[in-house]
Design a protein around this ligand. Sequence first.
Ligand code: TPP
Length: 560
Amino acid sequence: MTITGAEALVQGLVSEGVSIVFGYPGGAILPVYDALRNSKIKHVLVRQEQGGVHAASGYARVGGKTGVCMATSGPGATNLVTGLANAYMDSTPLVAITGQVARSMVGTDAFQEVDITGITHPITKHSYLVQKADDIPRIIKEAFHIASTGRPGPVLIDVPRDVAEEICKGKVPDKVNLPGYKPTMQGHSAQVKTAAQMMIAAKRPVLAAGGGVILANAAEELVQLAEMIQAPVMTTLMGLGSIPTVHDLYLGMPGMHGHPSANKAIMECDLLVTVGMRFDDRLTGAVGKFAPHAKIIHIDIDPAEIGKNVRVNIPIVGHVKLVLQSIIERLEPVQHQEWFDKIRQWKTEDPPLYLADEEQLTTPMVLQRLNQLTSGDMIVTTDVGQHQMFAAQLIRLKHPKSFITSGGLGTMGYGFPAAIGVQMAKPEARVVCVTGDGSFQMSMSELATAREQGLPIIILLFNNHCLGLVRQLQHFYCDRRQMAVDITGSPDFVKLAEAYGIKGYRISHPREIDQVLQQALAQDELTIVECEIRHEEYVNPNVLAGKGLDEMVLGKGGNS
Ligand SMILES: Cc1ncc(C[n+]2csc(CCOP(=O)(O)OP(=O)(O)O)c2C)c(N)n1
């Protein structure tokens, strides 16, 4: 029986275990959609391609499988660009399939032609422009392998329309054969041994966990290591959830808007063990002032991360889970009681960042009540802005993969489509999307997708009628002058919910929080909860440009 390139592509997806594809069709990808029609793969029609790639990202990040999205050539493909860059920065395994104009038209500026492999070259792990149908089975197998192994990331496959229509005689190879691509899995044993000795010898050790811990399913090992050496653990934005936030050893998130005691610990520790993280500038503050007294151990699967931003003493390249296991094997339990007591003391001394205000509704109030009402049993996705930082600081997390946010790229419009992917990967989970009035309006057209799919997501929308985080930046860096941050002309979000035939509520006063949240949580339906907060909330602490982590600005979370 003969099959076309498009049919081979769909068969390849099936044999890779793909059950959902998020996409948007068009002319150049017609043959692929035609082949998809006859398969058991579910296709989710998003309302804009960027929604599709973000949904595939949310799906991958909680479901543990590679996410798949599809788009047509030209504008369909360019609409994927932000989502691919986002996935690349946050090491999310994705395969994006784009249609392309026929081979004979490539390079002629044909209708809806764009060089998407060229455009995405720096923001994908690999990109293929398929030259003949016979290559498709091999390329699909390679693409899924590359996306999900080593440091995960997005891979793009661009399929010219005539290639999709051509007869395919290629077979799926038994093994992937990519000589230049061999991620290192086991850490170097001498380095592992030295790392273990340093942990025993340290007086003031700290562990810092990044997104790599979650990607490697290494949260258990992380906690085990921390308990063995009695070291406090801090998590980066991407590492949130790798240790329960109520754990005695949890220190919080360091960095620009991090917890004061986490920042203090970085400044005072003598050993900083960093696991699956990349020393983002939002985390380090001024690099020259970062961890001045510490020896640094850096464990990461990606050798390119070692020494990229911060000088390290002991680099260990390898799979985080395997490296942690081999370190644990070489350790005996050690006590760092004095250090631990000091940190506990700091935690109690941390000034309250946000004061409870009886009259005025604030974001922290709502998030803290959400914690109580759900006991932390939820998966939170966020958009980007003040609400994201409040959520990172305050949401109670019990498990890895329960805080899904755009970390590296900081992509507004990510939270809601990501929630769609999350809810599809985990239909039984309570999914709450924490968003702002600016961010939500970047992808709210996906309300139709969520409704069509019957997804019971709660959208907790903090409406301060402005681009809050930029407003805050202008306050500090532009001498309080404000420009282009007031959002007017927004829809009435409760009426918007009505227009989509979904539930909509508004919280305007603290006394309304309980009743509305309880009602929203009790039902299993797509719901918008709009929280009317004031214009002038500030996220604290704040490490300003050029400052070290011990120079953070504290405040009361109000108008400063
Ligand atoms: C696509 C995109 N454009 C611009 C920005 C810059 N930016 C960062 S935060 C922010 C404001 C976000 O406003 P909103 O979603 O209302 O959240 P708030 O800060 O008010 O909580 C902007 C414009 C961005 N991160 N992403």
